[in-house]
Design a protein around this ligand. Structure first.
Ligand code: DC
Length: 223
């Protein structure tokens, strides 16, 4: 899938397990495009809620999904998804989206709508001269890029994760989201085969990044 000089790093894990902070640093260090697929699910959820489309109303949901046009804008090293030309509102991290996102993300048609868009970020990264991409989510190593060069699965104690969200000033039902994300039929949160598992409960961000970078760096050695 990937050319030798282009690498794909997949980082999966539950809510507040440390995916975003570590993937942003890896993107900087190795010149990768950072892709936060959770923000894509949040943006879609926000848009569907704005349109008043309930996750239980499949006909209206399908109609709305067919109307959404996805494009990408770069925000520094991060891929920002635009829906019909509009960036996500800052409230995508608020409690309303936190409470609903796992319900919409469990619907196969919602996941299918995002599948090719997510894979298409590889071409976006190549067009902009990145050496690869680091994509974070729940099903990146299992479904989106099963042939990723590197797959990491992050975890941390629920109490520690709740503390991290509280520090960010966020109200988030982490345990409930993880329960829904892990138990759904369509592409559940799972540690993909062959993934390097990292428990970040007692690690600093720097230590997490060093573990990941130690695996990735040899791929770039001498190139
Ligand atoms: O990473 P996050 O907490 O911002 O993700 C928000 C929600 O999006 C998460 O609870 C489940 C869903 N999601 C998903 O189902 N698959 C992904 N690849 C990424 C996120």
């Amino acid at each position: 899938m990937a050319t030798p000089s282009f690498i794909i790093v997949a980082i999966d894990g539950g809510a507040a397990s440390g995916k975003s902070s570590s993937s942003k640093i890896l993107a900087e260090r190795f010149n990768l495009l950072h892709v936060d697929t959770g923000s894509f699910y949040r943006h879609i959820t926000y848009e569907l809620l704005r349109r008043g489309v309930a996750h239980t109303d499949l006909p209206s949901l399908l109609q709305a999904l067919a109307e959404l046009k996805f494009t990408t804008r770069l925000n520094g090293r991060s891929a920002q998804m635009l829906i019909s030309g509009q960036p996500a509102a800052s409230d995508i991290r608020g409690h309303n989206v936190n409470d609903h996102v796992s319900h919409y993300a469990a619907i196969p048609e919602v996941r299918h709508t995002l599948l090719s868009y997510q894979r298409g970020q590889m071409a976006v990264a190549q067009q902009h001269g990145f050496r690869g991409l680091v994509m974070e989510g729940r099903d990146i190593g299992s479904v989106i890029f099963p042939q990723a060069d590197f797959r990491f699965f992050m975890n941390a104690d629920p109490a520690e994760r709740a503390k991290r969200r509280a520090k960010e000033g966020q109200q988030d039902s982490i345990a409930e989201r993880d329960r829904l994300d892990s138990s759904r039929k369509a592409s559940p949160l799972t540690s993909p085969a062959g993934a390097i598992e990292i428990d970040s409960t007692h690690l600093t961000l720097g230590q997490v990044v060093e573990k990941m970078a130690a695996s990735i760096a040899p791929k770039f050695a001498g190139s």
